[in-house]
Write a protein that binds this ligand. Sequence first.
Ligand code: XMP
Length: 310
Amino acid sequence: MDYEAWVENKIAELRRQVGESTALNALSGGVDSSVVTVLGHRALGDRLKTVFIDNALMREGEPQRVVSLFDQMQIPVECVDAKKTFLDALAGLTDPEEKRCAITETFYKTVFGDLVRNSGAKFLLHGTILTDIEETVAGIKRQHNILAQMGIDPQEAYGYHVLEPLADLRKDGVRGVARILGLPAELSERIPFPGPALATRIVGEVTPERLATVRTATAIVEEELADTGAFQYMAVLLADKATGIRDGQREFGEIVVVRCIDSIDAREATPVELPWDVLHRLCKRVTSIPGVNRCLYDLTPKPPATIEYV
Ligand code: XMP
């Protein structure tokens, strides 16, 4: 694929679509939203306002890291604290689709609705990619960023138009565009991270305590597996508990799953055969998190599993 030509076409298209209006986009720090941010700024300059929504579901140190990386590219990013709004919307929910639905509604209706009304922007630029659309349409799972295919007209429901410049690309294509746009490797080669963030890695209720556990486990897994070159690796907190022993006492503790997979475009995935010493080190570190007394390694390919757990 000719990425240079793709970029030129998209820039022209975005300029045509937005005209003299202004647009907003949410940057999560993942590859897709990072590419949309740089592409959007090339096309629209300061008529595009980029926000980082702190939804309480992000990885350790993520808000500061993302803002600082874009600052180095002279792209201003405003951090919006929406932690309480998201946690309140997720409280008490355990069904995976209900959790995804709550995140979508909170994102597009409550948080963006307010931002758009306050800024006067007419457009929201989105990092939706082809795989997100295909999986939602196939009924596998409702991706947080899919609206039209779910019968939602954003203009009618939320009061703004949504533009999806990456909707004809899969993950490998997005990385190709990222390199052409000159994004630092830290962003262009970053492992995928879903929009609903750590909520896709907590089976059962999302609470601040359970988020803290999966966030610490995620930091350990990302550090230990950074050199594997795998497509994606993650930590997942299960809803079940298991009996264990801590300091000579019985403990009914949390179970964390480690997943590390290879894939080209996230449509199919195979587990990576990690060496035993790496698995043992992971297990030792993960079970040192307070309250966690089991660490499992997931051997399931996609299909039949999906990559995320929720
Ligand atoms: P699944 O779990 O469907 O994941 O096999 C396929 C790829 O997509 C990512 N993913 C998402 N990305 N919004 C996103 O932006 C979502 O709702 C979402 N769900 C999954 C996942 O991390 C994997 O790379």
